[in-house]
Design a binder for this molecule. Structure first.
Ligand code: GLN
Length: 304
């Protein structure tokens, strides 16, 4: 039996001593004041036990991690037709890249770069009666936690400064790959990114992806095949132009956000969330990646 608590404690002790903690994402002004020294991990085993260290109960902005949850809701409703509007290829580009290579014929390369997530947001805006209310209800349902909410200040902050996302949405609109108004879709997208969760809430939200589509309360949310495919996209596209490095160092499907969170999972075994707000030059949590590299090395558990 692996002594998970000791491993997490050791990783915590080692990683918090690191001098270069990376840089906070300041392009969303409301995120700029976060303390670089915060660091937390939560590990949930599918067999039931869970383990924590550090600031695992502090809320942070999940940002792009929300793209996995919006994809899950959209796939559960639309099924495979979703792939008529976007692709599943790694982009090799930063998350906010606008090149036509990424947007070939208005089809985003994958659902985790911003243009792809904006298409998913458009699909949800078309499908849901009250998109923001219904999306939050979905996240609360799969996590079994009614305390999860949007941070309206963060959403507003991004709305005022998200010029790049307005450019992406307008480009998609020009290619007829956006059904709704740019402003309406981006309002939804900025809110989904502003959701705040703790490491332990995040592991619970992602439980269904490690558990063949069944959430913590054992309700079937996705088919086995849908869960498998979302995990495949996390492995190949979850870290933008650093997806190869994450597979190489950590060896798990996962997703990062510019709030400094990372969630990763080993199907049928565990889900692990890390939060360390300092980012590396590719926009992924610097200490979060180090901690996960240590975790899969020390436990000898990865998909490889
Ligand atoms: N809301 C952020 C954006 O659209 C999300 C980016 C991220 O977390 N990588 O720029």
């Amino acid at each position: 039996m692996i002594d998970y608590q000791s491993i997490l404690n050791n990783i915590y002790q080692e990683v918090i001593q690191e001098k270069d903690k990376g840089e906070i994402a300041t392009y969303i002004p409301e995120l700029a004041n976060i303390d670089k020294n915060t660091f937390g991990i939560h590990l949930q085993l599918i067999s039931g036990d869970s383990f924590s260290v550090g600031d695992s109960e502090k809320k942070f902005s999940i940002q792009s991690i929300s793209k996995v949850l919006s994809l899950a809701l959209a796939i559960s409703k639309v099924g495979t037709n979703i792939w008529n509007r976007l692709d599943v290829e790694p982009s090799g580009n930063p998350f906010n890249h606008l090149s036509l290579l990424e947007l070939e014929k208005g089809i985003p390369r994958n659902p985790f770069i911003n243009s792809g997530a904006i298409v998913i947001a458009d699909i949800l805006v078309s499908l849901l009666d009250s998109p923001k209310i219904d999306f939050l209800a979905f996240i609360r349902e799969i996590s079994g936690d009614s305390g999860i909410d949007y941070n309206y200040k963060v959403a507003d902050s991004e709305k005022k400064t998200g010029f790049n996302n307005y450019a992406a949405a307008n480009l998609l609109k020009s290619f007829n790959n956006l059904e709704n108004d740019v402003d309406v879709v981006l309002d939804f997208y900025f809110h989904q990114c502003s959701i705040e969760m703790t490491c332990s809430q995040l592991t619970k939200a992602f439980y269904l992806l490690a558990n063949k589509g069944k959430c913590l309360a054992n309700n079937k949310i996705l088919t086995k095949s849908q869960a498998k495919r979302i995990n495949a996209i996390m492995l190949t596209c979850g870290f933008y132009d650093e997806a190869g490095e994450f597979a190489f160092e950590v060896g798990l499907p996962g997703k990062s956000g510019v709030g400094g969170g990372i969630v990763a999972l080993l199907p049928n075994e565990f889900i692990i969330s890390v939060w360390a707000p300092g980012l590396n030059e590719r926009g992924n949590s610097k200490l979060g990646m180090q901690a996960l590299e240590q975790f899969t090395t020390q436990t000898n558990q990865s998909i490889f």
